[in-house]
Design a binder for this molecule. Structure first.
Ligand code: RB5
Length: 151
C-alpha cells in the first residue's frame, strides 16, 4: 500500500457493517496518522443514521481527511452522509468506481456495502480510494455545483 501515514480517517457502520468495520480498523490502524471510530460497537441492531451523522458532521467540518461509512447496502449510510454540503459520499462496489469517485467526484467518504462485497474486495476498494487523487480540471466546476441546491 502507498504511504497513508499522513491521513486522518473517521469510520462508522451500523450492525450490518460492524464486522467489516473492525476488519478495516485492524488494517488501517498501523498505517494512518489518526483513525476515529464513530461506532457502532456491536452486531446488535441499530439505526445507521445514528452513526452516519457524527461521521459526516466531522468530515463536513474538515476534522478528517476521509471517512468510511459501512452498512448492509451502503445506501442508508451514503444518503445520510450526503445531507452535509461538504461531504461527497460515494457508494463503491467495484474498484473502478472507487477510483473514479476520487478522480472525478473528489469523494471524501467511501460507502461500502458489507452484505454485497467480501472483506478482500472492501480492503482493495479502500486502498484504491485512499491512494487516488482528484483530477481537478473539468471536474472541479462539476463538483462545485453538487452542493448548489435549487429551491
Ligand atoms: C440493515 O438491515 C440495513 O437496512 C442497513 O444496513 C442498510 O443496508 C441500509 O441502507
Amino acid at each position: 500500500m502507498k504511504d497513508l501515514s499522513k491521513l486522518s480517517i473517521g469510520i462508522a457502520s451500523d450492525h450490518a457493517g460492524y464486522l467489516l468495520k473492525e476488519d478495516l480498523k485492524t488494517l488501517l490502524k498501523p498505517l494512518v496518522y489518526e483513525l476515529k471510530d464513530f461506532g457502532t460497537n456491536s452486531e446488535s441492531s441499530c439505526d445507521y443514521p445514528d452513526f452516519a451523522h457524527p461521521l459526516a458532521s466531522a468530515i463536513n467540518a474538515g476534522e478528517f481527511d476521509f471517512g468510511i461509512a459501512i452498512c448492509g447496502t451502503a445506501n442508508g449510510m451514503s444518503m445520510t452522509c450526503n445531507k452535509y454540503p461538504n461531504v461527497r459520499a460515494a457508494l463503491c462496489w467495484k474498484d473502478e468506481i472507487a477510483k473514479l469517485a476520487r478522480q472525478h467526484n473528489d469523494a471524501n467518504i467511501i460507502g461500502l456495502p458489507a452484505r454485497f462485497i467480501s472483506e478482500a474486495e472492501a480492503e482493495h476498494f479502500l486502498e484504491t480510494f485512499l491512494t487516488t487523487d482528484f483530477e481537478g480540471g473539468r471536474h472541479e466546476a462539476r463538483v462545485t455545483k453538487i452542493s448548489k441546491v435549487i429551491k
